[in-house]
Design a protein around this ligand. Structure first.
Ligand code: NAD
Ligand code: IPM
Ligand code: MN
Length: 350
C-alpha cells in the first residue's frame, strides 16, 4: 500500500495556525489506502530560546528520511533578524538543494485584485533557490566605525543557472502558451546578468517551441501591475524572485493565497512546501491568518508526490471557496473547515 512520510515544521507566528489547516485538508483528501505518517519538528523561536539551536545535523539527517516537508513560517521579533531565516529556512533550502522554487500566481474568478480591468493572471515564477545574494558570501569591515563597509556578494554558477533555466523551459513547454520570460538586471549587474542571459539563450535553442522574452526586473514590476497577462513562466534569480512573488501575491488576491514549493527535481532530497508569506507576527494568535496559501502548498506537495487527482481536488476546493467569498470575516479554522467540506463534497461528485 502507498504511504507518505511527511515532516512537519510548523515554526513561528501564524505558522502553526496555518499548518494545522493544511494537515486537516491533507487528511481529508487522501484515499483511505494511503498511509500518512507525519513527524513534527520543534524548530523555530521557542527552540532557539530554549537551546540556542536552529537546526542540528541530527535533525537534518532525520528530515532527509521523509518524502516531503511541510513548513509554516519561521521568524520572530524576539529573535535577531536572520538567525532563524538563515539558520533554519535557508539552511534547509541549501542542504536539500531546492534549486527550483516554484511559485504559481493565479487570479481566481471573482477574487479581489487592486488591478484595473481584472486581467487574466495565470503565471508561475521559477525562482532559483540555492544561489544569488542568499548564499551569505560577504561580510563587514571596520565595523562600528564611520568607514564601515558591508558586502553581500551574489554567487551565480553556470551549473546552478543552467539547471533552473532548463527546468523553466521544460515547464514552459508543457503549458498551453509556451512562453518563458527571463527577469534580471543585466544592464547593471553585468557579471551575473550576462551569465543568466547567455545560458538562457543557449538552452533556448533546444526549445524552439518556447517563445522567449527578457525583462529588466524594474520594468517587470511595471508589467506585473499594468499587463500581468503577458506572463506565462518567469525564471529569475533568488532575490528578484523573492520580491516579485510577494508582488504577484498582492495582485492575485493577497499574500494569504500564495503557495510555493522548494523543489529538488533530482529527487535526491525531500522537497519542501510552504506558503510564500512569513510568520506575520502582527496577526499571530488572532485567528486572522488565511490558511489558503498553506492549503495550496499542500496541493503542490500532493502533485509532487504523484497524487495529481488529489492535488486537483484541493485546488478546486480552494477556487470554489475563494470565488464564493463575500468579504465577511472567517477565522483561520473556519476557512480550513470550509475547505475540508468542499474537498469531501468534491470526492462525492467527482
Ligand atoms: P509576512 O509575510 O509575515 O507579513 C507581511 C504582511 O502580510 C503582514 O501584514 C501580515 O499580517 C500579512 N500576512 C502574511 N501572511 C498572511 C496570511 N496567511 N493571512 C493574512 N495576512 C497575512 O512578512 P514580514 O512581516 O516581512 O515578516 C515577518 C517574519 O516572517 C520575519 O521574521 C520574516 O523574516 C519572516 N518570513 C518568513 C518566511 C518563511 O518562513 N518562509 C517568509 C517571509 C517572511
Ligand atoms: C520567502 C521569505 C524568505 C526568502 C526569507 C524568510 C528567508 O521571504 O520565502 O519568500 O527571502 O526566501
Ligand atoms: Mn519572501
Amino acid at each position: 500500500s502507498r504511504s507518505i512520510r511527511l515532516a512537519v515544521i510548523p515554526g513561528d507566528g501564524i505558522g502553526p495556525e496555518v499548518v494545522a489547516q493544511g494537515l486537516k485538508v491533507l487528511g481529508s483528501v487522501l484515499p483511505s489506502d494511503v498511509k500518512l505518517e507525519t513527524r513534527e519538528y520543534d524548530l523555530g523561536a521557542r527552540r532557539w530560546h530554549a537551546t540556542g539551536e536552529t537546526l542540528t545535523g541530527v535533525e537534518l539527517d532525520s528530515l532527509k528520511q521523509h518524502d516531503a516537508i511541510l513548513l509554516g513560517a519561521v521568524g520572530d521579533p524576539s529573535v535577531p533578524s536572520g538567525v532563524l531565516e538563515r539558520g533554519l529556512l535557508l539552511k534547509l533550502r541549501f542542504a536539500f538543494d531546492h534549486y527550483v522554487n516554484l511559485r504559481p500566481a493565479k487570479l481566481f474568478p471573482n477574487t479581489a485584485t487592486p488591478l484595473a480591468g481584472r486581467p487574466d493572471i495565470d503565471f508561475v515564477v521559477i525562482r532559483e533557490g540555492t544561489e544569488g545574494p542568499y548564499v551569505g558570501n560577504g561580510g563587514t569591515m571596520r565595523t562600528g566605525t564611520p568607514h564601515e563597509v558591508a558586502t553581500e556578494v551574489s554567487v551565480n554558477t553556470a551549473l546552478g543557472v543552467e539547471r533552473v533555466v532548463r527546468d523553466a523551459y521544460e515547464r514552459a513547454r508543457s503549458r498551453p502558451r509556451r512562453k518563458l520570460t527571463l527577469v534580471h538586471k543585466n544592464n547593471v549587474l553585468v557579471h551575473a546578468g550576462h551569465l543568466w542571459k547567455n545560458i538562457f539563450d543557449r538552452v533556448g535553442q533546444e526549445y524552439p517551441e518556447v517563445t522567449t522574452d527578457y525583462l529588466h526586473v524594474d520594468a517587470a514590476t511595471i508589467f506585473f501591475v499594468t499587463d500581468p497577462g503577458r506572463f506565462d513562466v518567469i525564471v529569475t534569480d533568488n532575490l528578484f524572485g523573492d520580491i516579485l512573488t510577494d508582488l504577484a501575491a498582492a495582485v492575485t488576491g493577497g499574500i494569504g493565497l500564495a503557495a510555493s514549493g522548494n523543489i529538488n527535481p533530482d529527487g535526491t532530497f525531500p522537497s519542501m512546501f510552504e506558503p510564500v508569506h512569513g510568520s506575520a507576527p502582527d496577526i499571530a494568535g488572532t485567528g486572522k491568518a488565511d490558511p489558503t496559501a498553506t492549503v495550496l502548498s499542500v496541493a503542490l506537495l500532493l502533485r509532487h508526490l504523484g497524487f495529481e487527482a488529489e492535488a486537483a481536488r484541493v485546488e478546486t476546493a480552494v477556487a470554489e471557496d475563494v470565488t464564493a467569498r463575500d468579504g465577511s470575516f472567517r477565522t483561520t479554522d473556519q476557512i480550513g473547515d470550509a475547505l475540508v467540506s468542499r474537498v469531501l463534497a468534491g470526492s462525492v461528485t467527482g
